[in-house]
Design a protein around this ligand. Structure first.
Ligand code: TYM
Length: 336
């Protein structure tokens, strides 16, 4: 994060499994592009993932793999601040302070909290509830202007804006108010098994989602099985959720417009179209898989990247945290 004139981008992803095509199209792919124009910070938000019970050994491995995946997708650690959230203690510290400026009622309205507490009814922990305060801390520590996310994070982001505004109204201009940056196409990639539901890595049905490390033949097979409709036409139209989803995916990986796709598959039927989507996605993800394998064989390099990233992130974020601590009236910490 250099050249201060550039706007600042922050985003994060949970290391709860291999990224899905939804994560990739809705978020990570755009993060890669944004690196050219902005000062970017990207984080593997492992502390967020603790809100759901994790197997420790598997979780550690997944966090490392997720970090490698970010690089494999094209995040350049020399250009973007790339780090693991739990390595940078300012996140947890600011999260506590911000939770004292967040209302119980606001958190109760979060749809992700409602969904996740229904799904994990045996473990509705306080972290799950205060999750958005940690997310606000992630964003606000870096004076973030823009947050590139999929549509499902919009509500959390609005809350981050509300918390920042409330704090600024009390203490002056401390935080930059972040704007969401949601892609026009692909902000909500849907499940291949039920196109009315979001594609999610926690889906019990493995055919519902594409993991970005799936082998080409698996990707093609999953697309061939994708649920569509009883119609025959490849057109983007209301009510054709399955086809709309496949057209969106095809458009994002090939760069073709919906008109071009409709012409390309006019009169060809769904079978040909589904295979073409599967092959285009498999081709597109091929280099990611290769990069990932190479990176996972170079643990020393990964360690060097996440250590340097955390050091820089700590340095940058400490400035914001110190300002916040001063504003709320905490005594300056002189412990070295
Ligand atoms: P997470 O880990 O669930 O997802 C990471 C990113 O992927 C997007 N996404 C999708 N986009 C399109 N279609 C889908 N089916 C799909 N599924 C997921 C998400 O919108 C997200 O952008 N709370 C966040 C992580 C987070 C964060 C932050 C994000 C923590 N702190 C600060 C931004 C800024 C989350 O759980 O994302």
């Amino acid at each position: 994060m250099s050249e201060q004139t550039k706007k600042i981008i922050f985003s994060g992803i949970q290391p709860t499994g291999v990224f899905t095509l939804g994560n990739y199209i809705g978020a990570v792919r755009n993060w890669v592009t944004l690196q050219e124009e902005y000062n970017c910070a990207y984080s593997i938000v492992d502390m967020h993932a603790l809100t759901v019970r994790q197997d420790p050994q598997k979780f550690r491995q997944q966090s490392l793999e997720s970090f490698a995946l970010l690089l494999a997708c094209g995040i350049n650690p020399d250009k973007s601040l790339t780090f693991i959230q739990s390595h940078v203690r300012t996140h947890a510290e600011l999260s506590w302070i911000l939770s004292c400026y967040t209302q119980f009622g606001e958190l109760s309205r979060m749809t992700q909290f409602k969904d996740k507490s229904a799904k994990h009814a045996d473990n509705v922990n306080v972290g799950l509830f205060t999750y958005p305060a940690l997310m606000a801390a992630d964003i606000l520590l870096y004076k973030t202007d823009l947050v590139p996310v999929g549509a499902d994070q919009k509500q959390h982001l609005e809350l981050s804006r509300d918390i920042a505004t409330r704090f600024n109204n009390l203490y002056g201009n401390v935080f930059t108010i972040p704007e969401p940056y949601i892609p026009k196409i692909g902000a909500k990639v849907m499940s291949l098994a039920d196109p009315t539901k979001k594609m999610s890595k926690s889906d019990d049905n493995v055919n519902a989602f594409i993991s970005i490390l799936d082998k080409p033949e698996v990707i093609v097979k999953k697309f061939k099985r994708a649920v569509t409709d009883s119609d025959m036409e490849v057109v983007y139209r209301e009510g054709k959720d399955g086809i709309n989803n496949l057209m969106t995916i095809y458009s994002t990986v090939t760069g073709k417009s919906f008109d071009e796709i409709e012409n390309e598959f006019s009169g060809k039927g769904y079978g040909v179209f589904k295979t073409a989507v599967g092959e285009a996605v498999a081709d597109h993800l091929g280099p990611v898989r290769e990069n990932f394998e190479r990176l996972m064989n170079d643990k020393a390099y990964l360690q060097e990247c996440y250590t340097k990233g955390a050091q820089k992130a700590l340095q940058f974020s400490t400035r914001t945290l110190d300002k916040v601590k001063h504003k709320v009236g905490l005594v300056k910490n002189e412990v070295k």
